[in-house]
Design a protein around this ligand. Structure first.
Ligand SMILES: Nc1ncnc2c1ncn2[C@@H]1O[C@H](COP(=O)(O)OP(=O)(O)OP(=O)(O)O)[C@@H](O)[C@H]1O
Length: 491
């Protein structure tokens, strides 16, 4: 649809763009990214024919741009620029209707039924129908942006050029506008070329991205290839992190504030941060820790600064245990969204915790363990499904910076250590009468300060893995012994 070959140009004698080459296919949503002043708007101006270029070629539908008359080009390309000024006091409908100019025929440019239908349709699609009699000066920035988008769409272009279309739009209109453009690229094969400052929106919606740097093409590929941490850090000169979108396969980039480096310096999580009473064990960190957990609240990957292991009766049964837990946390002065909360039928005084220190990092292990629900995982199909309070809760607080890989390996290593204890203490599954590997609702928490030594791995023979193996084994063994002794005394 669009072929740009070795394009050079700028303003007067200043060369802004150098050796720009790329192609845009029909029906593609194509994003242009780049830092301020990298030449994005200049490129868009050249494609729309507003700014002449010095060297190279621009082909629109296979024909040189220079061969199109203004009216011919307006039937193919519509432009929504960044700062559209409105010199006259037009109403919304009049403004949108101007988009039909290139399609009007006859000596008096007659307004046909078709024109009316299209204007009404695009006003409805952009959510401005209710404002149609209002003068555009009286509209908010976002409303005005939608009116000019409607005007561009009324042109029924084959190519739509947009300069930061989501500028001024609130969250829901950003989504609606981009959903609409995406739909039109698919259903009407509209080709969209759009400048984005929001890398995440570009990554979510665009088929391909062109990354500009100092007037040149740095990269022109799929979002996954362009939105790479090192590429973006290099081009934008700022520290960022890339992570996957939780619902769709699109890369997302996040900024790191300067304060990120200051808050954590030299702070270590130790047993001094804990408190124990009859109802719960709590650990309050001085700042949020990166967590991976299977807690009742705060499960999955996240950031939390409060950790609560709450004692419940062993017959605890609640239809909505997550909601009940949230209410409980609130009632006790903990903020549920910032708390990893677990339940245990074990008496809180039977908790075992120990700090393990290496030269460069340390690990606080905390375990509550009852084995009333012991299960041999290879025979679990013989059990009926019933959620009873988690009976081995394992907490690991690591003073160090873990990779995602190390978080996952920490869970594996801790689980292996726990299984070994079950075997060494000969804990049986009461249903299958075989050696148990855990209990039916065990829970785990890995929490890291993300400060200090980088711990890339946590497999069993890595430095962190060795500490986890020993710590979890020792603490779990002692915790199970304590709980067995309590049970024996009761009997
Ligand atoms: N009308 C103009 N006359 C002279 N130089 C200009 C003109 N418009 C832009 N420039 C220069 O061209 C370069 C590229 O500007 P351009 O607006 O294309 O960048 P951009 O990537 O769109 O930036 P931003 O993200 O800030 O909108 C800049 O150095 C700018 O100063």
């Amino acid at each position: 649809m669009l072929e740009i070959e070795q394009l050079y140009g700028g303003y007067d004698k200043d060369l802004v763009l150098e050796d720009i080459s790329f192609q845009v296919r029909k029906g593609e949503l194509f994003g242009i990214l780049g830092p301020n002043g990298s030449g994005k708007t200049t490129l868009l101006k050249m494609i729309s024919g507003i700014l002449p270029y010095k060297q190279g070629s621009i082909l629109v539908k296979g024909q040189p741009l220079k061969k199109y008359s203004t009216k011919q080009l307006a039937k193919v390309i519509a432009v929504l620029s960044q700062h559209t000024s409105e010199a006259f006091s037009y109403t919304v409908k009049e403004t949108v209707s101007l988009g039909r100019y290139a399609h009007q025929t006859g000596f008096f440019n007659e307004w046909a039924q078709e024109d009316e239908k299209i204007v009404e349709e695009v006003m409805s699609r952009t959510g401005v129908s209710a404002l149609k009699e209002q003068p555009i000066q009286l509209l908010s920035g976002g409303e005005r942006q939608r009116v000019f988008l409607a005007q561009a769409l009324a042109q029924e272009p084959q190519i739509l050029l947009l300069d930061e279309p989501t500028n001024h739009l609130d969250l829901s209109y950003q989504k609606e506008l981009l959903d609409l453009l995406k739909k039109w690229t698919r259903e009407k094969e509209l080709t969209v070329v759009s400048i984005f400052h929001d890398l995440n929106l570009a990554g979510l919606y665009c088929d391909r991205l062109l990354l500009m740097e100092n007037g040149k093409v740095n990269r022109c590929e799929t979002p996954n290839e362009v939105l790479k941490q090192d590429t973006i850090e290099e081009v934008y000169h700022t520290e960022i992190r890339r992570h996957p979108h939780p619902k769709v396969p699109a890369p997302q980039m996040v900024l790191l504030p300067e304060s990120y480096h200051q808050v954590r310096n030299n702070v270590k999580i130790t047993e001094k941060d804990m408190a124990i009473n009859e109802e719960f064990i709590v650990l309050k960190a001085p700042f949020s820790l990166r967590t991976m957990s299977s807690g009742v609240t705060g499960s999955g990957m996240g950031w939390h600064h409060t950790f609560v292991n709450r004692h419940v009766d062993k017959n605890y049964n609640c239809e909505n245990h997550r909601e009940e837990m949230r209410d409980y946390l609130k009632a006790n002065g903990f903020e549920p969204s910032e708390t990893v909360g677990m339940m245990t039928a074990v008496h809180t005084e039977d908790v075992v915790y120990r700090l393990y220190e290496e030269q460069q990092f340390s690990l606080l292990v905390l375990v509550t363990a009852g084995v009333g629900n012991a299960v041999d995982v290879s025979k679990s199909h013989e059990h009926s499904y019933c959620l009873t309070p988690g009976t081995i809760n394992t907490w690991l607080f690591i003073n160090g910076e873990l990779t995602d890989e190390a978080f996952i390996q920490s869970v594996v290593t801790a689980t292996e250590a726990k299984v070994k204890v079950m075997h060494d203490l000969n804990i049986q599954d009461a249903v299958s009468e075989t050696m148990a590997t855990g209990t039916s609702t065990d829970s785990i928490l890995i929490a890291a300060t993300q400060n200090g030594t980088v711990l890339e791995y946590a497999g069993s023979i890595t430095p962190l893995g060795k500490l986890i193996g020993k710590g979890v084994y020792d603490c779990t063994e002692e915790a199970i012994r304590k709980s067995l002794e309590r049970r024996a005394k009761r009997c």
